[in-house]
Design a protein around this ligand. Structure first.
Ligand code: ADP
Length: 247
């Protein structure tokens, strides 16, 4: 990477919904190569901040810089094209399509591939199969996505995001609603991708998982960070315990 500074920088970002300030002048940085966590109570603004970073909602104030470039005025697909990927709290797969078709569905211009109009090249199909192998679902390529378990669907969604070769992936509750038997796999896949060069920003309520996987950990409350640090420090921080862990 040639450009200096953190991979992602959020400065003074604010988002209001009517009289409610969901994100309140928030600052956040994500360093290259990190698995950074964003935790905090329900309603503290984490998902809204994700939406502001990926561009599905406009900011009211503040700046978002990714890989050395201001991105806060760009449309979501354009941010994705620069290497910013995300998954959703509730997976958004096409349940009636196959797993492989889901992985190749997003086109780089932000459209979704319609299976009849937009042909899948051999190279794309091969890459999709490779990615399904990475997330441990190579044997499921021809199955209907809706037939998979919820945790498996989250892994398919991750493979789908990887098709666009992101440098940073925002994961919205990767462990949420997932069968405990798949949690270890999800953690391992994130670690493996991270070793291969992908940076992560993770919103997650499973605190043991966060403290095991992520460094640093940023704690949000009422729309802004109240504490940040390595997991050992966060675990013992009285401000955090009071605002969140002890709730
Ligand atoms: P978290 O992800 O930390 O649970 P959210 O970002 O989902 O928090 O929500 C922060 C606050 O903003 C909450 O009070 C929520 O009700 C409100 N909010 C989120 N999205 C919208 C929206 N589209 N319209 C109105 N209020 C919203």
């Amino acid at each position: 990477d040639a450009e200096p500074g953190p991979l992602l920088t959020v400065r003074g970002v604010t988002k209001r919904f009517g009289g409610l300030t969901a994100v309140d002048g928030a600052d956040l940085t994500v360093e290259r190569g990190s698995i950074t966590a964003l935790i905090g109570p329900n309603g503290s603004g984490k998902t809204t901040l994700f939406n502001l970073i990926t561009g599905t909602m406009p900011v009211d104030a503040g700046t978002v810089t990714f890989a050395g470039r201001r991105i806060d005025a760009l449309p979501p697909w354009s941010r994705a094209h620069l290497g910013l990927g995300r998954t959703f709290q509730v997976t958004r797969l096409f349940r009636d399509m196959t797993v492989l078709q889901n992985v190749v569905a997003p086109l780089p211009d932000g459209r979704l591939r319609t299976m009849f109009a937009d042909a899948v090249s051999g190279a794309e199909a091969a890459r999709a199969r490779d990615l399904l192998g990475i997330v441990g679902l190579a044997d499921f390529a021809a199955q209907q996505a809706g037939a998979l378990s919820y945790g498996q669907q989250k892994l398919v969604e991750l493979a789908q995001v990887l098709m666009l070769e992101p440098r940073l992936i925002l994961l919205d509750e990767p462990a949420g609603g997932v069968n405990p038997s798949l949690l270890g796999r999800i953690t391992e896949v994130i670690r493996e991708l991270n070793r291969a060069g992908v940076t992560f920003l993770v919103v997650e309520h499973n605190i043991p998982m966060v403290l095991d996987l992520c460094d640093p950990v940023h704690v949000f409350a009422r729309g802004r960070p109240i504490a940040s640090g390595p997991p050992e420090a966060i675990r013992a921080d009285p401000v955090v315990l009071d605002a969140y862990l002890g709730e």
